[in-house]
Design a protein around this ligand. Structure first.
Ligand code: HEM
Length: 408
């Protein structure tokens, strides 16, 4: 028997989403978001605009829905549960917000550079970047902000190299992308930041068309020349890859380091090993445990869908809370324990289904090199402030820390 819901009478009683994390538990999803995960893995919540999408908290239900072609990622469809006011001129961050076949057509054009084998070949270059930044950190003043000195530059340098974006512009693109992903930035500010990045990538695409190099954007320019892609589509793909390529990994590096400093027994596992398999497995567990994409995957139903005794009607929004899914005890026993030795590979930190993270081999490589190097080279690394004073990104669509004062 499926249950239905009448928004007109029941809206006011619904919990507001996103919920707040519990004080003192900066690594755990909000307790209220986890309520009822076992007995009621789909329930209604209320958003900033008064809409009442479904919040899906069960791991199995999340994977089922993320793999279902009857849900759409297109934010311009009525009912899409947007986390922020939409740009009236439409969305502009490429295929992450599109459905197949358009999504697949564009994604296919950039799958080769992110293939596991191609990415593995980048390990020496990533190791060199990480070693160089650790040298600079150790030679610089103490305490230092690990975000600025290390966590942001590692993925920014890597993605710049891969795309063919000049790293000298990092101040510009980092500030624009951090505005775009800030949930409570004024909408006009967010639209302006998005426009500025599009203009920047479009100009860069012009350069690549005139003087192609050996980088990913030049590869896209080649497709523009061949008529397979418009220049606008290529520039938007550049925006997506540039933002996705540094924001997420930077937050995993800083938040992961903080989580490890708070769990010294776990940090010791990484500090005392040179076994790549141990490090790779630790990366999966940190991805599961921290799940920095804490605003949920957002979708809208295209048809009626019955799942877990509920009926999602066509046109209703769905939020797949992957941070909560990764703490589902039916899949991960004692889910709130950070246990670097567990097998966490089934996590949904990279999403699931057709939109599953394209950059995951690169993110994994960067995190393996970082987690496998930083604590071995700086074994006395410690927090230079109290945990309570660390500024967490509660207001961003990617969770992390704004600053991480450390010393050694
Ligand atoms: C630890 C780091 C990262 C995390 C946690 C992460 C997480 C995610 C998640 C959850 C999605 C799914 C979005 C959805 O279902 O709506 C996604 C998609 C995506 N990610 Fe990542 N990501 C990371 C690093 C990267 C990197 C380094 C890149 C490289 C450029 C990247 C590029 C992308 C792209 C292009 C998509 C869209 C895929 C599609 O729509 O087909 N990500 N990511």
């Amino acid at each position: 028997m499926t249950q239905t819901f009448d928004p007109a009478t029941e809206r006011a009683d619904l919990p507001f989403f996103p919920m707040a994390r519990a004080a003192g538990c900066p690594f755990d999803p909000p307790p209220e978001a986890r309520a009822g995960q076992q007995e009621d893995p789909l329930r209604r919540v209320r958003l900033w605009d008064g809409s009442t999408p479904w919040l899906v908290t069960g791991y199995a239900e999340q994977r089922t829905l993320l793999a279902d072609p009857r849900v759409s990622s297109d934010p311009d469809r009525p009912g899409y549960p947007s986390s922020v006011p939409r740009n009236p001129e439409g969305s502009s961050i490429s295929f992450i917000l599109m459905d197949d076949p358009e999504h697949a057509r564009l994604r296919r054009m950039v799958t080769a550079p992110f293939a596991i084998k191609r990415v593995r070949a980048l390990r020496p270059a990533v190791q060199k970047i990480v070693d160089g930044l650790i040298d600079d950190l150790l030679a610089g003043p103490k305490p230092a902000d690990l975000v600025e000195a290390f966590a942001l530059p590692v993925p920014s340098l890597v993605i710049c190299e891969l795309l063919g974006v000049p790293y000298t512009d990092h101040g510009f693109f980092q500030s624009k992308s951090s505005t775009i992903i800030k949930r409570d930035a004024a909408p006009e500010q967010r639209f302006a930041a998005s426009q500025a990045l599009s203009t920047y990538l479009d100009a860069l695409m012009g350069d690549k068309l005139d003087r192609p190099g050996d980088d990913l954007l030049s590869g896209l320019a080649e497709r523009v020349r061949a008529g397979e892609l418009t220049r606008g589509e290529a520039a938007q793909m550049g925006v997506l890859l540039l933002i996705a390529g540094h924001e997420t990994t930077a937050n995993m590096i800083a938040l992961g380091t903080l989580a490890l400093l708070e769990h010294p027994d776990q940090l010791a596992i990484l500090r005392d090993t040179d076994d790549r398999a141990v490090v790779a497995s630790a990366v999966e567990e940190l991805l599961r445990y921290l799940n920095i994409t804490h605003n949920g995957r957002r979708r809208v139903a295209l048809e009626d869908i019955e799942i877990a005794g509920r009926l999602i009607r066509a046109g209703e929004g769905v939020i797949l809370a992957n941070d909560v899914g990764n703490r589902d005890p039916r899949v991960f026993p004692e889910p709130d324990r950070l246990d670097l030795r567990r097998d966490a590979r089934r996590h949904v930190a990279f999403g699931f289904g057709v939109h599953q993270c394209l950059g995951q081999p690169l993110a994994r490589l960067e995190l393996e090199v970082v987690y496998g190097t930083l604590y071995r080279r700086v074994p006395t690394l410690r927090l230079a402030t109290e945990l309570e004073r660390v500024p967490f990104k509660h207001d961003g669509s990617v969770y992390g820390v704004y600053e991480l004062p450390v010393t050694w």
